[in-house]
Design a protein around this ligand. Structure first.
Ligand SMILES: Nc1ncnc2c1ncn2[C@@H]1O[C@H](COP(=O)(O)OP(=O)(O)OP(=O)(O)O)[C@@H](O)[C@H]1O
Ligand SMILES: [Mg+2]
Length: 257
């Protein structure tokens, strides 16, 4: 794939797409994610959720589209250092951040619960307005929220959680952004997949599995749903390299290392 030729937001009929720029993923999505979709990237520990979502912002930033990375569970400087360690060939990350083509900002949701009088719902309202301010800082069009799993723990009541997720999604839609929200799942294999509420609420779901094969795990990606587009139904192996994530779709199967 030639990233120099990456065109973001091209028109497919009425359906404007945001390209992820991840090698192999846009072809699985029939050209990209429909603009303004709110998409879950789910996976087990170390599956590559953070790296994949960052790479989407990075590829878009390279095409001049501003992005915001909202880190809910890691300090931005630690996160950035891990990303640079993994994606060693992305030499211009600092330059892109300096130009504010990507903003990385942190928010600790639990800090919003300091006051005893604060309910989780009240705290969640504040988190949503903080997210909005971060997005408005550089007029981001592409947003990552990494991860929403802590919010799930804060909102123990299932009704509150679902209501809050709906509120988050409608706010992101109102801001006219395309968002990738990472979610932890506590299973590695596809057979054990259980759909949690957010899987129904959000517009798209990409799952990163770590499948057990004899003496090793293999990484496999699947688009479970994506509203507004046709998409691949195949499980596709992927690898994390210093130059980004490569997903091997059916027509590239011959290239699997
Ligand atoms: N330099 C590297 N080269 C190849 N793979 C790497 C490199 N650095 C990290 N990785 C891979 O990336 C994984 C971490 O990716 P990432 O942080 O995106 O995972 P995650 O799904 O966000 O995990 P968590 O659930 O812990 O947040 C590591 O487990 C490792 O397999
Ligand atoms: Mg992560």
């Amino acid at each position: 794939m030639c990233y120099e030729k990456l065109i973001i937001g091209f028109n497919m009929g009425d359906n404007i797409r945001v390209k992820t720029g991840i090698n192999g993923l846009d072809s699985m999505l029939d050209g990209g994610v429909p603009e303004n979709n709110q998409v879950i990237i789910a996976g087990g520990p170390g599956a590559g959720k953070t790296l994949m979502s960052f790479e989407i912002l990075y590829r878009n930033a390279k095409a001049g589209i501003p992005g915001a990375f909202i880190a809910l569970e890691e300090k931005p400087e630690v996160l950035l250092s891990n990303i640079k360690q993994a994606f060693k060939d992305f030499k211009d990350i600092d330059e892109i951040i300096k130009k504010q083509l990507i903003i990385i900002d942190g928010e600790d949701p639990s800090s919003r619960l300091k006051s005893e009088t604060d309910s989780a719902n009240y705290a969640f309202g504040n988190i949503i307005s903080d997210i909005e301010s971060i997005i408005k800082k550089n007029n981001a069009k592409c947003v990552v929220i990494d991860s929403i799993s802590l919010l799930k723990l804060m909102l123990i009541n299932k009704y509150d959680y679902r209501r809050s997720m709906l509120m988050l999604m409608s706010n992101l839609r109102r801001l006219n952004v395309t968002t990738f929200l990472t979610v932890e799942i506590d299973f590695a294999d596809r057979e054990k997949l259980k759909y949690s509420p957010e899987f129904f609420i959000f517009d798209g779901i990409i799952i990163l599995y770590q499948m057990s094969r004899e003496d090793r795990r293999t990484l496999t990606a699947e688009v479970v749903k994506m509203r507004g587009t046709n998409h691949s139904w195949a499980l596709a192996p992927y690898e994390i390299t210093s130059n980004g994530i490569n997903i091997y779709t059916v027509d590239q199967m011959g290239d699997i290392p």
